[in-house]
Design a protein around this ligand. Sequence first.
Ligand SMILES: [Zn+2]
Length: 109
Amino acid sequence: MKVCPYCGHANYDFAHICRKCETSLVGAPGTVYRTTRKYLIGPERARSLRHRALSLIVLGLLMMVYWGGRGPWPTIDHPTLLAIRAWLEPLLLLGGAALYLLGWILRSV
Ligand SMILES: [Zn+2]
């Protein structure tokens, strides 16, 4: 397996260019690789976006379990906190899912 230095995709041993981002995989050690394709944000930034989106989803799930009464803990039912949780929980879960999808789409656009 040849791992692409630009996007991290695992390619076949006999590959000369990356299947995912078309970066050249042959060259002298220490060569700076550059992709031949023009990306909107590039695979690395798209991956970073997906990682942040997953963090938001995990935060939303933690909020659901620890604060939302879905765990074995007593629910915090102060009206102000309930009002905050009512919009913050869907924002984190749905926003994280939408952001992950966006990062997944933008990785190859
Ligand atoms: Zn690549």
